[in-house]
Design a protein around this ligand. Structure first.
Ligand code: GLY
Length: 284
């Protein structure tokens, strides 16, 4: 089963996204409170991201409406973990984010996925802490995700090994890593990122290739495998993180799509945070 998934890694048919409310600028959770979010630019970046998913990747995109009372709602990745036909609705570590569940759960049910809920009040899990490699899961134990959350994920996706990785100083595990290809982990250069990678390598019996980029934020990219087009990678724009983009440009087999994300990054939003990617291919 795991091998089947590995060979279809990154194939998606649908995406769920959620628009940006005005309240994001002042009320979204953030680790540092230094720079103001420019709402117009944040919306432009998000529109472009959604346009890429629809028109360049050919995905059917479900766009959830914005709610001013949910300033962090555009970061839909945190609200569910979708693997094959199952969607695990998380119990986000920040209580202020738990009401985001309703709309995401309904959208996943409408897509006729097997929706599993995390009801244990001792568990917390943010999707931003979940790295699925196609072979196994790594779950960051952070301020948002705890051991019980990781255990429930392991119970839900029993075909896959689940290992935990301590995350310090960053919001999520995927604040500094992501999958950039079927066997390729993109990883930032900071000491924390490299330490987490070492832990993942020690936990796994599989050897992954790695793509090290100078900026931790750039290591969060979105990999999609489009039948007929091949490997596609959405990565941070060169005007934002130029040195890391030079590393992506060395990938010869990937079609690269730069996407700006500077405004959402001010409230700790990464590229993967802004969508839930789903494969509803009939052969799954
Ligand atoms: N602003 C994203 C989060 O803190 O969950």
């Amino acid at each position: 089963m795991a091998q089947k998934s590995a060979s279809r890694f990154g194939v998606y048919t649908h995406a769920i996204v959620r628009a940006i409310p005005e309240s994001l600028c002042l009320e979204a959770l953030r680790i540092e409170n230094e720079s103001m979010v420019d709402l117009t630019r944040a919306r432009q970046h998000h529109d472009r991201y959604v346009e890429v998913l629809k028109n360049q990747l050919g995905l059917s995109v479900v766009e959830l409406s914005t709610e001013e009372s949910l300033p962090d709602a555009p970061f839909v990745e945190d609200i569910a973990v979708v693997c094959e036909g199952t969607a695990l609705i998380t119990r986000p570590g920040a209580p202020s984010r738990r009401k985001e569940i309703d709309a995401v759960k309904k959208a996943l049910q409408d897509l006729q996925l097997n929706v599993v809920e995390m009801t244990d009040e001792n568990a917390t899990l943010d999707g931003g802490d979940v790295l699925f490699t196609g072979r196994e899961f790594f779950v960051g134990l952070s301020k948002r995700t705890n051991q019980r959350g990781a255990e429930i994920l392991a119970d839900t996706f029993k075909d896959y090994a689940v290992s935990t990785v301590p995350v310090y100083d960053y919001l999520h595990l995927k604040s500094f890593c992501s999958m950039a290809g079927p066997n390729l982990i993109a990883i930032g250069s900071s000491e924390a990122a490299q330490k987490a990678l070492k832990t993942m390598q020690q936990m796994s019996d599989h050897r992954y290739d790695k793509l090290t980029v100078p900026d931790d934020a750039a290591a969060n990219c979105v990999y999609v495998n489009i039948p007929g087009k091949g490997h596609v990678l959405l990565h941070r724009a060169p005007e934002e993180l130029p040195e890391s983009v030079k590393v992506f440009e060395k990938l010869k087999e990937h079609m690269l799509i730069p996407v700006a994300n500077l405004e959402l990054s001010k409230v700790d939003g990464c590229l993967t945070c802004c969508s839930l990617l789903i494969n509803k291919s009939p052969d799954l």
